[in-house]
Design a protein around this ligand. Sequence first.
Ligand code: SF4
Length: 175
Amino acid sequence: MVALNIFTVNKNEVISIIENFASSIKFIIGGAGLKGIETEILNLNVSNSIDVVLGDGELIISDLLNKNTRLIPNRHIKNNRLFIIDSSSEFYNQNIDTASIDRTILLNNGVGLHNNLLEACIVATRGCIYNCAFCGSAITRNINVKSRRRSLNNIQQEIHQLLDETSNLSYIMGT
Ligand code: SF4
């Protein structure tokens, strides 16, 4: 199973990857760029299956990985399923202080940039309070999802942890 994130700019690349590998691999697709194109993804003609998750992914993923769990999708087209995780869902994360990022895949080394600087990124909020017309995260397109913020203490702890774990870190970017 492979999980991929769709942002606005990488939609075509993600679809191409799914179409090339979905006969042998099951995909989970999430990301802020999914809003409005979920039907297009559900309609992809693949022989395996795609789970499309619109909203928080961390609390539903173990059930998606467990074939014996009886999840009821919001929609399905053939073998492809859509799960909408809004504030009415049991998988909605009320407290994003608990949504820590596992950086062991980066060996806690940060991300190298073209100018030889090392960057780390923290996610301090989820959802957006603004309403840009072109954006799937706009507040009026997500009326059942509140914008959430991590607590100041929780963010400070992560910054300290990053500085302890990653030598030569040049800067930390927050979203
Ligand atoms: S500020 Fe605008 S473009 Fe950025 S996430 Fe919010 S709605 Fe989208």
